[in-house]
Design a protein around this ligand. Structure first.
Ligand SMILES: [Zn+2]
Length: 255
């Protein structure tokens, strides 16, 4: 028999909470740790539709990447996700920056989807030393590609329609061989891509001036969407949980 607490322990092994950023709020955020679980629903966000889906499926626990409670709250009202989950007796665990950095986490899944080889971390907490936290990857594409071929490659890898990826058409070199990735809002690591020999950097939540900044560095900056660059990891989180909790049905949210 597994409980919400045993699922939380399994998640702490998959994405250790001690590695989360100090501003983050990963962990068990809603629910009763002693409640027995038979079904888990995995989603990028605990939206109201995900909570309704969990209720319809009979899932006692929702596991998300983005924290269901991030900023401290001063009220807990009907119609908000934390209230709606708690009032249905559904627990919510969020593995946010700890899953970004985990081996087999968000950035591993993103780099795998793009077929990146000979990977090195994009950002290291203690450069050159073992054991520190790392974020994102730089790696080689399976073959050199033009900018157009590369944008199509990214769209296909992330299951998105043609034209989904945004970039300045004439930024960076014409042929892309080595790229950096950071799922979600990763433009803070923009400066780390060029020294690692990358011609392109893929992340989400890119602002206009950052495309220009990257172009000045000779780098092709691509916005492949905050959702798309992180949701690519949710099937893997589902698999990791299913393996850690045999007998518990672990499902991927449909929305
Ligand atoms: Zn995110």
């Amino acid at each position: 028999m597994y409980t919400v607490a045993s699922a939380a322990e399994a998640l702490d092994r998959i994405a250790p909470l001690k590695t989360q950023m100090d501003w983050d709020n990963s962990g068990l955020l809603v629910g009763d740790p002693s409640r027995e679980i038979t079904k888990i629903l995995v989603a990028l966000d605990a939206t109201l539709s995900v909570i309704r889906e969990a209720e319809a499926l009979g899932a006692e626990l929702i596991v998300t990447h983005h924290p269901i409670i991030f900023h401290p709250i001063k009220s807990l009202l009907a119609g908000t996700p934390p209230y709606e989950a708690a009032s249905r007796g559904i627990a919510v665990y969020s593995a946010h920056t700890c899953y970004d950095m985990a081996a087999g986490g968000v950035n591993d899944a993103l780099a795998d989807a793009l077929g990146l080889q000979n990977r090195v971390p994009l950002w290291e907490e203690h450069p050159g030393q073992e054991g520190g936290r790392t974020l994102g990857f730089a790696g080689n594409l399976p073959c050199p590609m033009s900018r157009e071929e590369f944008s199509g490659w990214v769209e296909e890898a992330l299951g998105q329609r043609p034209g989904f990826v945004r970039y300045l058409p004439d930024a960076g070199p014409e042929i892309i061989r080595r790229v950096a990735v950071c799922g979600g809002a990763g433009t803070d690591c923009l400066k780390d891509a060029k020294p690692l020999g990358c011609e392109a950097y893929i992340t989400g939540d890119v602002r206009h001036h950052q495309y220009l900044e990257a172009a000045q560095m000779g780098l092709l900056l691509m916005d492949a969407g905050h959702f798309a660059t992180e949701n690519v990891a949710m099937p893997r989180l589902r698999e990791q949980l299913a393996k850690a909790l045999p007998g518990v049905e672990v499902l991927l949210a449909s929305c």
